[in-house]
Design a protein around this ligand. Structure first.
Ligand code: NAD
Ligand code: DAU
Length: 372
């Protein structure tokens, strides 16, 4: 296997830490450089088990710092970038859209320009190089929930709640400042391919869940709140639908696409696993109760309907058949198994939770919740 030198941005975050771990362990002949600013969402505790591996290096830095990125690429002879660093929480983007434009748009542009300058300075230019941009299904906008009771569908193991799906050729139609910034970054990545010939690939994934997710996102937040018998703030009527994928399955897809994906292609990644928020929340309550030895469902009373998220997208549902049919990827875990593993992980890692939720985050959360 040829050696590679790869920068993974945002490797101290939720998905990034799973990608870094997978690459460091699976490819000892590769050099993996984790470039992360360590914002509130980045945490080196997520990578304790691999931090001393000889093929791993952590660099604390901001992707917006073009000069630093350019120098790092030359120093490490980088031939691949897997770009995950971003501001990622929709609610925060509604409060502070500037930070989302800065990191997600300008940061991606700085990385692209640094990669272009460095790779174009080499005799072989773009040969053997790849800029892999990790994006989201939210760029496609929102789908109708035109089958509210759910229906069977030929390609999904779980029932689906509508007739339309996000496909690779769909037009972009982002609604939140977060998704608008991600959409803009996707356009820049494709523009660098079309204008300069940079080898790029873009993937758009659905909602991830699993260990090490910052507990402002639905699943970890609600697991903690159920444990501590705090209210569960359900936005609107809880009818919004999301398509959930276990994070390690996303990391496996990234590995496969990095090595076997076609340059300039887009691949949608999804779990074939749609859930209405309220149904998912009830599964969480039952699972936490059972694993804590409480009567199953005794904490349903914590469910509290609160003011809806502004511009709340109704339904996301990915059609990831292109990835399945062309590269043979499919999710490895049934949702029930993934949720059980996830709930157990958060219940067993109170120290990790205490660490990431102390101080500033708690103040932010109290303010967000009290404003609803
Ligand atoms: P996260 O919020 O958990 O982690 C983001 C990481 O990026 C953190 O480690 C943070 O420190 C780092 N970061 C932020 N700004 C930075 C900067 N300016 N320079 C360097 N590092 C910086 O994010 P996540 O949920 O793991 O998402 C990772 C990527 O996957 C994002 O691009 C996101 O849009 C995309 N995505 C996420 C999901 C999901 O469900 N979480 C689904 C689809 C796509
Ligand atoms: O679809 C992919 C996206 O999934 C990623 O690009 C984003 O980075 C990631 O944050 C996620 O976005 P969502 O907005 O879907 O995730 P979140 O966990 O914030 O919310 C999931 C659903 O639950 C959504 O419909 C809003 C709702 N919700 C969320 C929170 C935090 C609540 O009802 N109450 C809550 O307190």
């Amino acid at each position: 296997m040829a050696s590679r030198s790869i920068i993974i941005t945002g490797g101290a975050g939720f998905i990034g830490s799973h990608v870094v771990r997978l690459f460091v362990k699976k490819y000892p002949e590769y050099r993996i450089i984790n470039l992360d600013k360590l914002t509130y969402a980045g945490n080196l505790d997520n990578l304790k088990d691999i931090q001393d591996c000889p093929n791993y290096r952590f660099v604390k830095g901001d992707i917006c710092d073009y000069e630093m990125v350019r120098a790092l690429m030359a120093e490490e002879h980088v031939d691949g970038i897997i770009h995950l660093a971003a501001e990622t929480h929709v609610d925060r983007s509604i409060v502070d859209p500037f930070e989302f434009a800065r990191t997600n748009v300008m940061g991606t542009l700085a990385l692209l320009q640094a990669a272009r300058q460095y790779w174009e300075s080499l005799p072989e230019r773009y040969e053997g190089k790849l800029f892999y941009h990790i994006s989201t299904d939210e760029v496609y906008g929102a789908l109708e929930l035109d089958c509210p009771d759910g229906r069977d569908c030929g390609f999904s193991a779980h029932k689906v709640y509508g007739t339309e799906f996000f496909r690779e050729e769909n037009k972009y139609n982002p609604h939140s400042p977060y998704s608008a910034a991600k959409a803009s970054s996707d356009h820049f990545v494709r523009a660098f391919h079309d204008t300069y010939g940079m080898p790029v690939v873009v993937t758009n994934c659905s909602n991830n869940y699993g260990p090490y997710q910052f507990p402002e996102k639905l699943i970890p937040l609600f697991i903690i709140n159920i444990r501590h018998r705090k209210p569960l703030p359900v936005y609107g009527k809880g009818q919004n639908v999301r398509d959930w994928l276990y994070v390690e399955d996303h990391a496996r897809a990234i590995d496969l696409i990095f090595h076997e994906g076609k340059v300039a292609e887009t691949y949608n990644i999804g779990g074939f696993n749609e859930w209405k928020n309220i149904d998912l929340i009830k599964v969480l309550v039952s699972t936490v109760d059972r694993l804590l030895g409480r009567a199953e469902g005794e904490d349903m009373g914590l469910i509290t309907y609160v003011t809806d998220r502004a511009g709340h997208d109704l339904r996301y549902a990915i059609d990831s058949r292109k990835l399945r049919d062309e590269l043979g990827w499919h999710p490895s875990l049934q949702f029930e198994e993934g949720i059980e593993k996830t709930v157990r992980w958060y219940l067993d890692h109170q120290d990790w939770l205490d660490n990431v939720t102390s101080g500033e985050y708690q103040k932010y959360y109290d303010k967000m919740y009290n404003n609803r």
